[in-house]
Design a protein around this ligand. Structure first.
Ligand SMILES: O=C(O)CCC(=O)C(=O)O
Ligand SMILES: [Fe+2]
Length: 265
């Protein structure tokens, strides 16, 4: 794993709200991430819990064809836990974000199937139960992600002006731009990458992905992180009921059980 960041990469992340790190995984590591992701997704889909796709009620047939989405695989799959809870990844995320302590919010596999729908423009952090301007995700390409099969796109710099208003990942790809009309002036950037590349993005950077026009899956394994001490915003999202009920808006993210500290300076 190429876990050293250059000052240029850190600057790129802070200015643009994302950065792609080519050759993050070597060939052996890529094989492992592919195998463990495929296995844990297959196990999850075969289990009672099944697809952990939060918005299937809203628009079931469209959303389920955006991607196969399985959340918190590290909770149920030991090998995935080993991959996700790698303190080198936590350190990199914290260095990019410029924070001293970082917790796992959730991992998620995002498999855009052959002929899959595009991923509508959205922000990540507003979906989650805690707010922070320094939330950050890693998105690891397990296949080459191309313009043809649905690589990620970003609207550079939007993490600086985003509030926590959002759009749903629905059939109207560009709804987010009605929420933030000023962003229509900024050219979106596509980020096609080779398998094994890691792309980090801020939880408030506008992003989406194209349709998969090919007959092969575009697999990605991702993980969202939040700073230690991010503040509860009242949303349940994926929180277990008892923990959710125990929280008051403004409480700090500090649950070792639900959101382990992956790295601390
Ligand atoms: O993989 C995709 O299509 C979307 C990725 C995304 O929205 C994310 O990682 O936050
Ligand atoms: Fe996202």
């Amino acid at each position: 794993m190429q876990d050293q960041l250059t000052p240029e990469q850190i600057t790129h992340y802070r200015e643009q709200g994302f950065v792609a790190l080519e050759d993050f995984l070597d060939a052996d590591e890529l094989d492992t991430w592919r195998r463990v992701t495929d296995q844990s997704v297959a196990d999850r889909l075969a289990s009672a819990e099944g697809l952990t796709n939060q918005k299937k009620e809203e628009d079931p047939s469209y959303y389920s064809s955006v991607f196969v989405q399985c959340l918190r695989l590290a909770d149920t799959h030991e090998e995935m836990r080993g991959l996700i809870y790698d303190e080198r990844i936590g350190r990199m995320a914290a260095e990019l974000a410029g924070i001293d302590g970082i917790r796992v919010w959730h991992d998620q596999a995002l498999i855009k199937q052959p002929y899959g729908n595009p991923t509508g423009w959205h922000l990540d952090n507003p979906y989650w139960s805690f707010h922070s301007r320094d939330a950050i995700s890693i998105w690891i390409a397990l296949d080459d992600a191309t313009l043809e099969n649905g690589c990620i796109w970003y609207v550079p710099g939007t993490h600086k002006t985003a509030t926590f208003e959002n759009a749903v990942i629905g059939q109207n790809l560009g709804e987010l731009f009605d929420v933030y009309p000023g962003w229509k002036e900024i050219d979106p950037v596509s980020v096609p990458v080779h398998a094994g590349t890691a792309v980090f993005h801020n939880g408030l950077t506008a992003h989406g992905a194209g349709a998969n026009m090919t007959r092969h899956a575009r697999r990605a394994m991702t993980c969202a992180f939040m700073p230690d001490g991010a503040t509860f915003n009242g949303k349940r999202n994926i929180l277990p009921e008892a923990y959710f009920e125990s929280l008051t808006v403004g409480d700090e993210l500090d649950s070792e059980e639900q959101n382990p500290l992956i790295w601390k300076r």
